[in-house]
Design a protein around this ligand. Structure first.
Ligand code: T5A
Length: 207
């Protein structure tokens, strides 16, 4: 049986990683094989791309940026995500293609048709079964940040407001797979809402 593909999305410091780790622990504790991964950087090739795209001192052209995220994803999907799903594992990815639509589409303003082509090439049509969008506003995001900003974190509040609006619009257009969670709630409350949603999803696919 094919496994389950769950993605976490949201703007910087929304709590994705904190919650992904908790969900992994909770699912492993009841015997599931769970693979936790992330974009960019889920593979060895991806780690090199992550370093380039997030820490390059040189200006990166917006289309080059789109293609670097797509190259990371193509390697990730083909060498890590699909093999794990094919052996029946639950794959939890910290970011996937909604990030490209939100950051490169809504944030940078790249044409939707070009974004769609890059995503289609990278994913070969793979969509998450379930996406958890952790929604926080930009001031909350900034208040949780540290000084070690990467290239994208240094962008403006206007940029991150567009990205957040993008994530919310994508969620409205993909309600069949997306749950939106208020990321300003306590870590415990958010974790319990996510466990509940994933539990319902697992129950619905096993009946
Ligand atoms: N990108 C990525 C694109 O532009 N296009 C793409 O296609 C893709 C795939 C990736 C960057 O690349 C861009 C988007 C990003 O700019 P990343 O590694 O995902 O970078 O970076 P961040 O989103 O910045 O990851 P962070 O680790 O900073 O944020 P998380 O994972 O959302 O948050 P987390 O869990 O580390 O928590 C951050 C802080 O908040 C606290 C935590 O304790 C921590 O201190 N926190 C809470 N505090 C209060 N209440 C809560 N509920 C909290 N939850 C967490």
């Amino acid at each position: 049986m094919r496994g389950l593909f769950i993605t976490f999305e949201g703007i910087e410091h929304c709590g994705k990683t904190t919650q992904a780790v908790r969900l992994v622990e909770s699912l492993r504790s009841v015997g599931h094989e769970v693979v936790m991964t992330r974009e960019p950087g889920g593979t060895t090739i991806g780690a090199a791309i992550r370093e380039l795209v997030l820490h390059s001192k040189e200006q990166i052209d917006t289309v080059s940026e789109l293609l670097l995220f797509a190259a990371d994803r193509a390697q990730h999907v083909r060498t890590l995500i699909l093999p794990a799903l094919e052996r029946g594992a639950i794959v939890i990815s910290d970011r996937f293609h909604d990030s490209t639509r939100a950051y490169q589409g809504w944030g940078r303003g790249i044409d939707t048709a070009l974004i769609d082509r890059a995503i289609a090439l990278a994913t070969d049509g793979l969509d998450p079964d379930l996406t958890v969008l952790m929604d926080i506003d930009v001031p909350t995001s900034r208040s949780r940040g540290d000084d070690a900003s990467d290239r994208i974190e240094q962008d403006s509040d206007v940029f991150f407001t567009k990205v957040r609006d993008g994530f919310l619009a994508i969620a409205r257009g993909s309600q069949d797979r997306t749950i939106v969670i208020d990321g300003t709630l306590s870590i415990e409350r958010v974790a319990s809402k996510i466990r509940e949603a994933v539990g319902e999803h697992l129950a619905s696919v096993s009946t």
